[in-house]
Write a protein that binds this ligand. Structure first.
Ligand code: SF4
Length: 230
């Protein structure tokens, strides 16, 4: 049974996560170049950030981390550069679709000046961009409030016994935005901390619960401890 947390409880969890992980590096904090964020948000689909770093390094080395320069590349050249991120043909097509969106608005700056709700609609209408990628672009490239939900969020909060029982993106997003003030920096940092927690402590298998200061409130940890004692 999932409990319904108060805003205060979500803030307490945020502070615990911050205390555990704020010293760790994370690719999108505090600030990153908007087009690099967008390229990374597309390239990270279905792969790890380590693989994305290889693709971004290639793009940077080819001076292609800029819309016009990337657009000038042939498909073969772009595929070769993004190959380390996997699914390189699909990802080339997704980057091209995003470049088409930029072109239809005149420039990346013009696109990022849209109202966030309009930008989200435009992104979701672009081939290869779903809610998670769209919200990552809004919060980390446009720098407007959007709470990103991903599998890490559902894992960590599900283990804490909090949040919707479903895996619906919209329900999970409402769970956070209904309880937290609309604050871009808070939402950007909260998502980053969840990702860091899931990667370093709350792993899919063999999580490092002994190092986790959330363990006293964790239902998953409590049930794992009880079954070990039976
Ligand atoms: S106690 Fe373990 S399972 Fe629970 S949130 Fe922490 S790392 Fe995850």
């Amino acid at each position: 049974m999932r409990s319904v947390p108060s805003s205060d409880e979500l803030f307490e969890i945020y502070k615990e996560l911050d205390a555990m992980h704020s010293w760790r590096g994370w690719h999108w904090w505090p600030d990153a170049e908007p087009f690099e964020v967008i390229a990374g948000a597309i390239l990270v689909q279905n792969t790890s950030w380590t693989n994305v770093e290889g693709a971004l390094a290639n793009l940077r080395g080819a001076n292609a981390l800029e819309p016009a320069a990337m657009d000038a590349l042939t498909d073969d050249a772009l595929e070769a550069l993004v190959r380390p991120s996997g699914q390189y043909r699909q990802k080339t097509r997704k980057l091209r679709a995003f470049l088409g969106l930029v072109a239809s608005h005149g420039s990346l700056d013009a696109l990022l000046e849209l109202h966030p709700a309009c930008l989200r609609t435009a992104l979701l209408g672009t081939w290869g961009i779903g809610p998670e990628t769209a919200d990552a672009i809004i919060v980390y490239a446009q720098r407007k409030p959007a709470f990103v939900i991903d599998a890490y969020t559902i894992r960590v909060f599900g283990r804490l016994g909090l949040g919707p029982a479903s895996v619906s993106y919209d329900e999970w997003q409402r769970f956070f935005v209904d309880r937290l003030p609309e604050d871009r920096d808070l939402w950007a940092r909260y998502h980053a901390l969840i990702v860091l927690h899931a990667k370093h402590f709350c792993r899919k298998t063999r999580p490092h619960c002994g190092d986790c200061t959330l363990r006293a409130r964790c239902t998953w940890r409590a049930s794992a401890t009880a079954s070990a004692m039976n």
